[in-house]
Design a protein around this ligand. Structure first.
Ligand SMILES: [Zn+2]
Length: 302
């Protein structure tokens, strides 16, 4: 991938200056430096890495994770990292520009989709299907059980970079899997209170959440991923919502509000706005976010 496509010459020049001003030798700190594309991967890495790691996330949780601007400051941060955690399945292709630009030959790049069973793997990818991902739906972190798989992958990778703490990393990944079990049960209890377990979403970003907790996603406001709705498609959704008594549309804050407003007016559908990413790279944020989304869907959370 040619990262120059994404970066202007001025930005490149500024980046070079920044690099000279702020670069420090890679091993001034004993901590393992972990860069992650998203706050979710960063939060899981914090749970697994404990006090042995310094973790930061690139994409802001309130922004669209499919499209992140490649900034020189990200390259500088990644130039000092030991590990880079990618979502994979072509969600965060922008990360390649940051990784290339960091000129960090020692960086270990980890595809965290390793070991995940992707949903919605297309049989034939074509432009007519919209913005599809040929390897399947990349929003896998929204099933907390996949989070436990990611934790194991991260423990293996941290053990490669820092073998002296390998046992601690693997113990913490196991403890995290127990937290996932407990959180999953709480999530199931929240969903059990919902009289209608059929919802609408804006984009196909919540398929794994639905699959994990038995929520049926009857349709999406986007007729195809990345394609805005037509008036006809919105009319169809109104009919569907009425026929199936669907009361909720779940959508990220960065998508257009127009479709949701129309569905509220025409079919009384309540719009739940939630980012598909957790708030912070801190431990606990990842599972807390999934539970909070479920509470919002059930109508008893903020
Ligand atoms: Zn997507």
């Amino acid at each position: 991938m040619n990262f120059r496509r994404f970066v202007s010459p001025t930005a490149l020049f500024l980046w070079s200056c920044l690099f000279v001003l702020t670069s420090t030798p890679a091993h001034t700190s004993a901590k393992v430096r972990v860069a992650a594309s998203t706050t979710d991967l960063a939060s899981i890495a914090s749970s697994v890495g404990g006090a042995e790691v310094d973790v930061f996330a690139i994409a802001r949780p309130t922004a669209d994770p499919h499209r992140v601007e490649v900034l020189p400051s990200y390259m500088v941060q990644v130039s000092r990292a030991n590990l880079y955690l990618k979502v994979g399945l072509q969600l965060d292709q922008w990360a390649d520009g940051i990784i290339d630009g960091s000129r960090n030959a020692k960086l270990r790049v980890v595809d965290c989709s390793k070991g995940i069973t992707p949903l919605e793997k297309p049989t034939s990818a074509s432009a007519a299907q919209g913005d599809v991902h040929p390897f399947g739906n990349p929003h896998y972190w929204l099933d907390p059980r996949n989070g436990a798989i990611v934790a194991r992958t991260i423990a293996d990778e941290l053990s490669q970079v820092d073998p002296s703490h390998a046992a601690a990393y693997h113990d913490r990944a196991k403890a995290f899997a127990s937290e996932v079990d407990a959180s999953f049960k709480r999530g199931q209890a929240i969903v059990a209170t919902m009289p209608v377990k059929t919802i609408l979403t804006y984009h196909r970003s919540w398929s794994y959440l639905g699959d994990a907790f038995g929520l049926e996603i009857a349709d999406t406001v986007e007729p195809l991923p990345g394609i805005p709705p037509t008036a006809k498609h919105l009319q169809d959704l109104v009919q569907l919502a009425k026929a199936r008594k669907i009361g909720v549309l779940l959508q990220e804050p960065y998508f257009s509000e127009d479709g949701g407003k129309f569905l509220t007016r025409a079919a009384g559908v309540r719009v739940v706005k939630a980012s598909s990413a957790c708030e912070a790279p801190a431990a606990g944020s990842y599972l807390g976010h999934i539970e909070s989304v479920l509470k919002q869907l059930a109508g008893n959370g903020s």
